[in-house]
Design a protein around this ligand. Structure first.
Ligand SMILES: *Cc1c(COP(=O)(O)O)cnc(C)c1O
Length: 447
């Protein structure tokens, strides 16, 4: 066999960071307006050259532009399921309309459309059906107690969606344009599907991007489809007895350093459903995902996980896994819990009779949680995410041992959990006193 020729790296070439290089390349080709956004990349140097056409001019690829939205309204409106009905809980019912936008590597983004909700047309060779070239977001549209429709910190979801598309070689877009498209869909379907006389209700928003190339080759996609749908979704946080978690076994982990656990890509979820199904059939609500031989605590299902304990030094701490290893999702609810706790629970004397807490983001292990429980130092635990909102945890099963997590009196959730949840609830649903909070993004309704 002839020896394999290996080209030596060019003098100035860095071969260590393929992810960053790939992301820069994708941004340059799909949304150059995002290149300078400091929030997205730490280092925007050594940009690849912009692709040139045959006559030497730069290719004019079009960016996603919400102002070019074309609307086609349904002629067969769908019935709204009754609150609390099995139909509403089925998560099968979507509203009347959806958003779509197509992208190709040669033209960029085509004009987005708002159109009647319905099936997608894909070739069986479509990349997303074979290689998990799919990512998504999960948000909610809230009908407030002040009558307004609100999104909660939606710009964070749109930024995260861009990060996720970057990670799996899907095209980039200005996150503010995605937000405008989401708001347009909410303004169209919100008034009918979230009537003003039912405050406290919500719809679930699912922005999604898939690679739609009808070519089976394993390669970076040349065609993509962005779509946004609104679905009916049951409230999942009514758990008077608290959540029961089953800690993952050592034969499975959800995410690993160098992987993509920090991105909301479909590839993270399918492989976790086997364990989740097992947990459900044994009476648990979710898997508590551990990582590594030390059993570091990461997340609870598709929610971030928090514990409140008293340290051996006697300080009350709110603890959650850090984002440094990139195996935990940077949840919008997680961030908001941390920011509210730092602003309102960590300062001064504490809040309304609650002892002051120290807010800690770090790697911590199951052993530490077990010891805190055994030594009577475990105060509360909860899961936090858009779908489950803030749900208190009552019980954890860890490799053959089961231990209880304290809840509040008379089956209520613990006080730290309750206070944090009530602040978030206030902002999301425009509860009196919270209507003007900057995290609430009011959607102007079409009358
Ligand atoms: C979506 C998700 C969360 C929660 O994120 P939010 O932005 O708060 O909804 C947490 N962990 C995982 C793995 C998720 O997919």
């Amino acid at each position: 066999m002839p020896p394999i020729a290996i080209t030596p790296p060019a003098e100035n070439e860095t071969t260590t960071d393929l992810t960053t290089a790939g992301i820069k390349d994708a941004l340059k080709k799909t949304a150059p307006s995002q290149l300078k956004s400091a929030a997205l990349t730490d280092d925007i140097t050594n940009l690849p050259p912009t692709p040139k056409t045959e006559n030497g001019t730069e290719t004019p690829l079009r960016e996603l532009d919400a102002s070019r939205l074309k609307c086609t309204y349904t002629t067969s409106p769908r019935p709204v399921p009754a609150a609390g009905s099995a139909e509403q809980a089925s998560q099968r019912v979507c509203t009347d309309h959806m958003i779509q936008a197509h992208w190709t590597s040669s033209t960029g983004w085509q004009d987005p459309s708002l159109q009647p909700y319905g099936p997608l047309s894909l070739m069986p060779t479509a990349s997303c059906l074979h290689y998990a070239t799919e990512c998504f977001e999960g948000m909610k549209l809230y009908r407030g107690y002040d009558g307004k429709l609100r999104l909660f910190r939606p710009e964070l979801n749109c930024n995260r969606m861009l990060m996720s598309t970057n990670r799996i070689a899907l095209p980039a877009f200005p996150p503010s344009e995605l937000l405008k498209l989401i708001a347009a869909l909410c303004a169209t379907d919100g008034p009918k599907w979230l009537p003003r006389d039912n405050p406290g209700a919500f719809l679930y928003i699912r922005p999604t991007m898939i690679a739609s190339d009808p070519a089976l080759g394993v390669q970076r996609p040349n065609e993509a489809l962005l779509f946004v749908i609104l679905t009916c979704f049951p409230p999942m946080d009514h758990l008077p007895a608290g959540m029961n978690l089953l800690a993952s076994h050592d034969d499975m982990c959800r995410a690993w350093p160098g992987g993509f656990g920090y991105a909301k890509v479909g590839a993270n979820y399918g492989p976790s459903l086997l364990a989740q199904g097992e947990a459900r059939s044994r009476g648990f609500h979710q898997i508590l995902w551990l990582f590594g031989p030390d059993c570091a605590v990461t997340e609870a299902g598709a929610s971030n996980f928090f514990v409140v304990w008293r340290s051996r030094a006697g300080v009350v701490q709110l603890v959650t896994a850090g984002l440094g290893d990139r195996i935990v999702l940077d949840g919008v609810t997680r961030r908001s819990v941390l920011e509210l706790a730092r602003g309102r629970l960590a300062a001064g004397e504490g809040y309304a009779g609650l002892e002051r807490v120290e807010v800690v983001e770090r790697t911590y292990t199951m052993q530490e949680v077990v010891e805190a429980a055994e030594e009577g130092r475990l105060i509360e635990a909860f899961a936090a995410g858009t779908a489950w909102f803030v749900a208190p945890v009552a019980r954890i099963h860890f490799r053959g041992r089961e231990f209880g997590v304290p809840m509040g009196k008379e089956g209520r959730m613990g006080e730290y959990t309750r206070v944090l949840k009530s602040w978030l609830r206030g902002i999301m649903w425009g509860v009196e006193g919270w209507e003007g909070h900057e995290w609430g993004h009011v959607v102007e309704e079409e009358e």
